[in-house]
Design a protein around this ligand. Structure first.
Ligand code: ADP
Length: 725
């Protein structure tokens, strides 16, 4: 029988164990973060190595260390290994039963080493404990692991089956075999030696299978991750592509020479094609007018060469189809090639044509509004619901100043500083509705048509007001109406005059004609002849007076009146008039009074005494004519450089509304009723004409039924005053 030097074998296997421990240690270093439980495998091999070392030192160290500790380490190592693999496979379980096995085993070793040393009993117990543990591990690696991981654990599982088999054969051999008991371990029987060698070879195989298992798992994991990454990348790429394809902005990818690599749908429609294939190998120059394509290519090259992206560059061009000008905000993003090849370029065009048009439109609108506001000859403002001015047109700003903004509109425009009575603000602003308000008393007595339109301004309800000055227009209109009324009145007066005049003329004419024919009577006595002649003379005088009045009126109208101013003693004029009218007053049973200012000096003034006498004669005559009882008083005062004459009666008086009209030509109060009083309706108008021609004034105060006073004021010119001038 060949004797094998067990100690040498064990020592050499100690080194093998050490190497295996190092290998597993390196596995742990490499995978400790990725896979759990590797440290248990390191401990497993370390304990195995220590165990082999202790065995190899048997005889050199106390037996209890060499035997008990070594064997306990061996079994504990297997338990730790089992634990480590459970962790690795993710199939962790309680290890109480294995700990119990370990305790029993240790107790057994102590007993058969110290109390009753028996090598075969110790060996048997090693095999039993080894079988119990390695079979569990083999079961774990071949059955308990998930099916998809079995290809990883298969080799290690087989090694553990072999471990179990060796243990089992040892047990069977112990039970069935007839053998000589070796004296000690190093003089073991060949079978024992063989099984030791087997175990050690299995340890080498285990080391290898573990390395294989870890690297396979890593490989599998990397593959799985790659696959996952691939899927994610593909999904992301699809997502990105869908996104880009559906972007409203045209996006294209071109190579460094501007050839299209990719276009989204918006870009295809921008260049006027339908499919990607139509763009293959083509550049923008194939689709756009040359000038634009060149401009774009220059910008593309700038970005490609500098490698710097360019954002939101405003570019314009002509639409290939419609010929309209479009505006783009273009961004160019260079994509460098990681392999050192030529870069590519992403171009994103954002269509801003609408925005540009809107901007241009609102700019030209604003310009138009400005020009309009400057040009229109009207004032304009915008007020809020409370009447506060929010905006003033330039012409009103010049008048009222910038500080007018913020004030109430009626404070600015109205003379009475009160809101207009019919102000549309009072009934509330209605958007888009225009109302016109005519307002008087604005900006110094002027009249305006104010056009109000409801609108929104600065986000709130407001009113646009346009001021149209109609003062002159209104005045012209009023004047026209007045002229028309005057013309109508004049027409009426003329008709009345003609009727009147025909009567006035006919009366003396009848007298003249009648009495002249009587003169022809052959047997007319001389007294009658005289009387008729007197009547004919009177009628002739009357007729002449009437005709003279008419001629005078015509002269005044034509401005051909003669004024003959001479030094006149006014008192004399008054006294003569008194003398002239005294008999008439007596005839009518009226009292006639006259008064002159009491002065020492003679009242000598430069006046046309003929006209003055005419005027006063007319006034006194009227006073006597229109007074039935009472008195007529006349005279004058000297007042602040004026001679003021007055003729007062206690007659029928004149209504307020007639007091102006009686000075108009041909006017007689209530023509029908006053027919009882003779007259032409020319006296007062003639007097007025004379007076005004002489630089004076005539007016009347009267109360119907009580009497009237006519006033005449003439400049009190003296010789000295005329010389001064
Ligand atoms: P007439 O020839 O009709 O008197 P006048 O021009 O002198 O014309 O007067 C115009 C009218 O004024 C008269 O017709 C009369 O109705 C009114 N009038 C003038 N003087 C008086 C007066 N003193 N009292 C009342 N009415 C007067």
């Amino acid at each position: 029988m060949v004797s094998i030097d067990i100690r040498t074998i064990i020592l050499s296997f100690t080194f093998t164990g050490l190497v295996s421990t190092l290998v597993v240690f390196m596995l742990w270093m490499q995978y400790r973060k990725r896979y759990m439980g590797t440290i248990y495998l390191v401990l497993n091999f370390a304990m195995l190595t220590v165990s082999l070392l202790l065995v190899s030192l048997r005889g050199q160290i106390p037996d209890w260390i060499s035997i008990i500790a070594a064997n306990t380490f061996l079994i504990a190592g297997f338990i730790l290994g089992h634990r480590g693999l459970e962790n690795f496979t993710g199939k962790r379980s309680f290890q109480w039963h294995n700990i119990a096995v370990l305790i029993l085993f240790t107790a057994f070793q102590i007993w058969f080493t110290i109390a009753n040393p028996a090598l075969e009993a110790r060996n048997l117990s090693i095999s039993v404990a080894g079988l119990l543990i390695t079979s569990q591990t083999a079961w774990l690696m071949l059955r308990r692991v998930p099916a998809k991981s079995r290809n990883l654990t298969l080799t290690a599982g087989i090694v553990y089956i072999l471990f179990s088999l060796v243990c089992a054969i040892n047990i069977i051999y112990f039970i069935t075999g007839e053998k000589e008991m070796p004296v000690d371990f190093f003089n073991a029987a060949p079978f024992d030696s063989f099984s030791i060698i087997m175990v050690n070879m299995l340890i080498i195989m285990l080391t290898y299978s573990l390395v294989l298992m870890y690297s396979k798992r890593l490989h599998q994991d990397v593959q799985a991750e790659e696959k996952k990454y691939d899927n994610v990348t593909r999904e992301e790429r699809n997502l990105l592509r869908t996104l880009i394809d559906n972007l409203a902005d045209p996006v294209s990818l071109t190579d460094n020479e501007g050839r299209f690599l990719l276009n989204n749908r918006a870009h295809l429609s921008f260049i006027g094609v339908e499919s990607q294939s139509e763009t293959t190998g083509k550049t923008l120059g194939d689709f756009l007018p040359e000038e634009e394509a060149v401009k774009t290519a220059i910008e593309d090259q700038k970005v490609l060469q500098t490698g710097r992206l360019s954002l939101d560059m405003i570019e314009s061009g002509t639409h290939y189809d419609t010929g309209f000008t479009y505006w783009h905000q273009t961004s160019r993003i260079p994509i460098p090639n990681s392999n050192g090849g030529p870069s590519r370029l992403i171009t994103i065009r954002h269509d801003i044509t609408e925005r540009k048009r809107a901007e241009d439109f609102s700019r030209s609108n604003a310009e138009f509004n400005n020009v309009l506001l400057k040009t229109i000859p009207f004032g304009m403002d915008i007020i809020d619901e409370e009447g506060t001015v929010l905006f003033l047109s330039e012409n009103y700003r010049r008048i009222f100043g910038q500080e007018a903004v913020g004030k109430k509109c009626w404070d600015l425009y109205r003379d009475d500083k009160l809101q207009c009575a019919g102000c549309p603000l009072l009934s509330g602003i209605r958007e888009g509705k225009t109302e016109i308000l005519e307002a008087d008393g604005l900006m110094g007595g002027k009249t305006f048509n104010i056009y109000h339109t409801g609108m929104m301004y600065q986000g709130k309800k407001a009113m646009l007001e346009i001021f149209h000055d109609i003062t002159i227009h209104k005045q012209v209109k009023d004047d026209l109406i007045m002229s028309k009324e005057r013309a109508e009145e004049s027409d009426r007066l003329k008709t009345a005059f003609l009727q009147n005049i025909s009567h006035e003329i006919r009366t003396p004419m009848n007298g003249i004609v009648g009495f002249t024919s009587l003169l022809r009577e052959p047997d007319l006595d001389s007294e009658s002849f005289k009387a008729y002649l007197e009547l004919i003379t009177q009628s002739s005088d009357q007729l002449l007076a009437i005709v003279t009045d008419i001629i005078e009126i015509a002269n005044i109208e034509a401005g051909k009146m003669n004024v003959n101013k001479t030094k006149t003693n006014i008192n004399t004029v008054i006294t003569n008039l008194y003398k002239q009218f005294q008999p008439v007053a007596d005839l009518r049973g009226l009292e006639l009074r006259h008064s002159v200012p009491a002065t020492d000096e003679e009242p000598i003034y430069i006046v046309d005494n003929v006209r003055l006498t005419q005027i006063l004669t007319n006034l006194i005559g009227n006073a006597l004519k229109f007074t039935d009882k009472g008195s007529v008083t006349f005279g004058y005062f000297i007042k602040q450089g004026s001679l003021e004459f007055h003729v007062t009666d206690t007659g029928i008086g004149i209504d307020k509304d007639q007091q102006q009209k009686i000075f108009e030509r041909f006017y007689q109060v209530d023509s029908g009723k006053t027919r009882e009083h003779e007259g032409t309706g020319l006296g007062l108008s003639l007097s007025k004409g004379y007076i005004e021609f002489m630089g004076g004034n005539i007016w009347v105060t009267s109360e119907p039924g009580k009497g009237s006073t006519f006033f005449v004021s003439l400049p009190a010119e003296t010789e000295e005053s005329i010389q001064k001038v």
